[in-house]
Design a protein around this ligand. Sequence first.
Ligand code: MF3
Ligand code: CO
Ligand code: CO
Length: 289
Amino acid sequence: MKIGRNDPCWCGSGKKYKACHAAFDEKLEAYKAKRIPVPSHKLIKTPEQLEGIRKAGELNTAVLDMIAEKIKAGMSTEEINRLAHDYIVAHGGIPACLGYQGFPKSICTSVNDVICHGIPDENEILQDGDIINVDVTTILNGYYADASRMFLIGEVSEEAQKLVAVTKESVDLALKEVKPWGRLGNIGAVISEHIHKNGYTVLRDIGGHGVGNDFHEDPYVCHVAKRDTGMLLVPGMVFTIEPMVNEGEEDFYQDEENGWTIYTEDGSLSAQWEYTVAVTEDGFEILTH
Ligand code: MF3
Ligand code: CO
Ligand code: CO
C-alpha cells in the first residue's frame, strides 16, 4: 500500500509524508537498487518510541551503576540477581530476562570462562581474581533497553585486565561507525580487527540485535564482518553492540543441564561489553551502557 504525499508520515512525526520521510524513502529505494540491504520502516523508531527506550535505558544504566557499587568478592551471583531485580521493580520496570524463553533469573551473570547467559546461583560465590559480566535488560512502559558490563573482583591478573579493556575498546571504536548512511558491517569490521590485532577471538554466531519495542529485533549485529557490507544504517534504528571476546579459541559449548550457559570450549577467559545505541541524524546516541 503506497502512502499519499499528503498523508501523515509513517514515522509518527505527525507531519505530512511529503514534508517528512518522502525524500528519505526515495533515497532508500536508490540504495536498494544498488543491492544494499535497507531497514524496513518497522526498524525505524518513532520519536515517541525513542523517548520510551531512552527512559528504559536510564533505568537500565542505573541498575548497572548500582551493581558497580555493591559487587565484591564473597557475594553470590544470586545476590547480584536479587539486587538488580529489586531495583528494577522498585523503579517501575520489569526485568526482561526473567521468564524469557524460560530463563529462570532476572539477569545474566557470566564468570571467567562463561561467555554469556550465566544463570545467577546462590552457590556461585565471587572470588578474588574473577572477572564477571553482568547483563541487564529492563522493560519500562513496554520499551526495552539492554546493556552489560565487566566487573573485576579484587586483584585480577594483568592478562584478564587486558582482555576486559580491549573488549571495551572495541565497542568504543565501533561507535564511530554508528551513523546515518553507514553500514552495519563496519561495526563488525572495526571490532574484529581490534580484537584479532590483540590476539583474541570474537564470537561470530552470537551477536547484537535490534532492540526497543521487543527484546530481540532485526537486524542481527555480527561482530565479525567486512567493511562496506551489511544493512544500511539510518536515523531511528536502535540496536545493541555486544561483542563476546575470548582469550583463546572462538569455539564454545552450551551447558546441557540448564540449556542456557555458554562456555569457552578451551576453558579460556571471555569478556563482553554491551551498549544499546540509536542512530541519530548526525551519529549515535548511547541509550544504555
Ligand atoms: N541480555 C542478553 C542479550 O544481550 C540476552 C539474555 S537472554 C536470557 O541479548 F534469557 F538469557 F536472559
Ligand atoms: Co543484547
Ligand atoms: Co544483554
